[in-house]
Design a protein around this ligand. Structure first.
Ligand code: MG
Length: 216
């Protein structure tokens, strides 16, 4: 490998495990936002979110399109969570990230300020060269191919020298399509579309040789 490797990390349920309930709390706030904004009950809100997700990829984009919701107001509401009380520091993540031979960035469908607060709680914010959140994506979230191509352009990274860690299966597909090395965090070996599967992101070093020395 000649180009400097770029290590790209999703945030929620990737840099911290699902046992940390942060994402569930954010998800419940998204539902509450939909209920209050549209004046609907729990079941209707669930149905609306499902149809927005399949039509637009995110609840936010559906709300922007059909209800003129301002993304800033929405993101502030759904990410208004006491993160340091929920997310403990992860020294093992810090050790793992520090040992990676290349640049590290975060690529998340959450807002940039939310991602920054989560990284601070985990104790790894100084180890990330950049945070590419939903504002950077112009609200066209993963797994839409657009933000992946933009990320490569802006970081100047070569796809074959880029590694992407993510917990949502669908979000791995565009990265693989572009030629990145993909790692499914918490995924299943049998149905994996990724090059490698790890149960926790801290296990990444165990599969790194397949990325760094593909012909070995
Ligand atoms: Mg995630």
């Amino acid at each position: 490998m000649t180009a400097e490797p770029l290590f790209i990390f999703d945030l929620d349920n990737t840099l911290y495990p699902p046992e940390v309930t942060l994402w569930r709390i954010v998800d419940a706030r998204i539902e509450r936002y939909v209920r209050e904004k549209l004046g609907v009950d729990h079941d209707t809100a669930r149905h609306v979110r499902k149809s927005f997700l399949s039509e637009f990829g995110t609840t936010l984009r559906g709300l922007m399109h059909h209800h003129g919701v301002s993304p800033g107001e929405y993101l502030e509401f759904v990410h208004d969570v006491p993160i340091p009380e929920i997310v403990p520091p992860r020294p093992e993540l810090r050790r793992m990230l520090s040992g990676l031979p290349g640049r590290r960035v975060v690529f998340t469908n959450g807002s940039e300020s939310y991602a920054r607060r989560v990284l601070e709680a985990l104790g790894v914010s100084d180890l990330m060269e950049g945070i590419y959140g939903i504002e950077f994506m112009e609200y066209i979230a993963k797994p839409s191919p657009y933000p992946y191509a933009k990320l490569l352009r802006v970081t100047g990274a070569t796809p074959s020298a880029s590694l992407f860690c993510e917990d949502i299966r669908e979000n791995l597909l565009p990265a693989r399509e572009l030629g990145m090395f993909t790692v499914w965090v918490g995924g299943r070996e049998e149905s994996s579309p990724a090059h490698a599967v790890v149960s926790d992101v801290c296990d990444l070093p165990g599969v790194l040789h397949r990325f760094l020395e593909p012909n070995f």
